[in-house]
Design a protein around this ligand. Structure first.
Ligand SMILES: CC(C)(COP(=O)(O)OP(=O)(O)OC[C@H]1O[C@@H](n2cnc3c(N)ncnc32)[C@H](O)[C@@H]1OP(=O)(O)O)[C@@H](O)C(=O)NCCC(=O)NCCS
Length: 180
């Protein structure tokens, strides 16, 4: 298994993987497969090949197959360009537990670290999603809040746990560790 940066030519297999993800792990995502299935090809291409590079998607490849993905979104706005947001983490059921999620997360974090302006990475995870929560915690993400009734699922409303990671080059992180 290895991780690559996805590009426009990966759009068909990325679309297939994510449509499966929205169904197979419905509680983990805020979009439904039905909604996303109606998106035009250009939407999927934009997700993988944003001309302004404000969004970068990674793929876990095993035996030539796309078995997992994650996307990191950056901001060009002066007041929020210090923050990146992680979305769309999914690993195929049969490929889980072998390090694909960890490798995808590491690639996304690396992409953030090489941008000196990025100091913070945020994400949300549905309450009770232990594998994902553990994965993010293992990379240093910490919980900073919980949004009640964040998503409507067939089993009722579920909360979203908000997590963040301060990158080592954040002046705030340096100040905190220096104060210890
Ligand atoms: C969350 C997910 C991406 C993890 O992918 P994965 O490839 O199985 O993860 P890895 O094998 O790289 O495991 C990395 C770490 O995650 C945690 N983890 C993974 N599976 C776990 C499980 N079943 N129970 C508890 N922790 C688990 C562990 O901390 C693990 O590290 P370790 O092996 O050193 O203990 C995968 O389970 C998935 O796609 N789930 C459905 C979609 C989803 O929930 N996405 C997240 C949206 S926020």
């Amino acid at each position: 298994m290895h991780v690559v940066t996805l590009s426009a030519q990966d759009a068909p297999r990325y679309r297939a993987l994510m449509l499966h993800a929205y169904e197979a792990a419905a509680d983990a995502f805020t979009s439904t497969a039905e909604e996303r299935a109606t998106e035009p090809e250009s939407w999927w291409i934009m997700r993988l090949a944003d001309p302004k590079a404000m969004s970068v998607a990674f793929g876990a490849i095993d035996n030539g197959k796309l078995v997992g993905t994650v996307t990191i979104e950056f901001s060009s706005k002066p007041k929020t360009r210090h923050k990146a947001h992680l979305i769309g983490m999914f690993v195929m059921e049969y490929a889980r537990g072998t390090g694909a999620g960890k490798a995808l997360l590491a690639a996304a974090l690396e992409a953030a670290k090489v941008r000196p302006e990025v100091q913070v990475i945020t994400l949300t995870v549905t309450e009770g999603n232990l594998p994902a929560t553990r994965l993010y915690e293992s990379a240093g993400f910490k919980v900073f809040g919980v949004e009640p009734m964040a998503v409507a699922t067939p089993g009722g409303f579920k909360s979203k746990v908000h997590m963040w990671l301060e990158l080592p080059h954040s002046p705030h992180a340096t100040k905190l560790s220096g104060a210890r």
